[in-house]
Write a protein that binds this ligand. Structure first.
Ligand code: PGA
Length: 249
């Protein structure tokens, strides 16, 4: 169901002690009365700690990745069952860093999405073009194929469990943000593509913006009609910045 979400993608940051103190501070500083779901995605090693600390709060915990297999001889990997067994019901898939550094392909991601949905998990699925695609005006085409190749095989019912995050690669960790107009243009395009394949349910899909979201630019980005919140990296590592972003929605 379409609703506002602010999610913090911690990437490979924060050890157990830092995770604990951040989350305890977050609980104390959490804005009240906001109609927004707040999600944090710590490292695998700290997910259990996070679910314990956040148990009686309305902050949800997500994983940053998972393996597509049910289990088996995959040294170093984490399965959907391992995540759900500690209360993690949401997983980020298709982040550009996974695509770039770990060579995750659209077909592999389709597989991961299927596995997550089989386990009744919610997927935050990331799409986004590189700078060269924007310069050559291929940005919509690139995002269209990312959606098509990993998500458009899904049945209609599955979309209840899918959140899209549009993250232009050139804006991630660079301090450069898409303008509110660029974000809106792509979010509207994504919603139109989903509508084209699936009809009205597109109105109910939550579409987040990610890429250098900061306290001082969050409000204008979030004010766009098709932007339903943010997937935040760097600014999600600091409680004051993260709560300011939550407040901006
Ligand atoms: P950033 O990262 O906010 O540091 O640009 C966003 C992301 O990678 O999800």
């Amino acid at each position: 169901m379409r609703h506002k979400i602010i999610a913090g993608n911690w990437k490979m940051h924060k050890n157990a002690q830092e995770t604990g103190s951040f989350l305890n501070d977050l609980i104390n500083e959490m804005p009240e009365g906001k109609e927004v779901e707040v999600i944090v995605a710590p490292a695998f090693t700290n997910l259990m700690l996070a679910t314990q600390i956040l148990e009686d709060t309305n902050v949800a915990v997500a994983a940053q990745n998972m393996h597509q297999a049910e289990g088996g001889a995959f040294t170093g990997e984490i399965s959907a069952d391992m995540l759900t067994s500690i209360g993690v019901q949401t997983v980020i898939l298709g982040h550009s860093e996974r695509r770039q550094y770990f060579k995750e392909t659209p077909a592999l991601l389709a597989n991961k999405v299927d596995t997550a949905l089989r386990h009744k998990m919610r997927v935050i699925f990331c799409v986004g073009e590189e700078l060269k695609d924007r310069k050559s005006k291929q940005f919509q085409n690139v995002v269209f194929y990312q959606l098509k190749d990993s998500l458009f095989h899904l049945p209609k019912e599955a979309w209840e469990h899918i959140v899209i995050a549009y993250e232009p690669v050139w804006a991630i960790g660079t301090g450069e943000t898409a303008t509110p107009e660029q974000a809106q243009e792509m979010h509207q395009f994504i919603r139109e593509q989903i509508a084209h394949h699936y009809g009205n349910l597109a109105d109910n899909v939550t579409i987040l913006y990610g890429g250098s979201v900061k306290p001082d630019n969050a409000k204008t980005i979030f004010s766009q009609p098709d932007v339903d919140g943010g997937l935040v990296g760097g600014a999600a590592l600091n409680v004051a910045d993260f709560t300011a972003i939550i407040n901006a929605i």
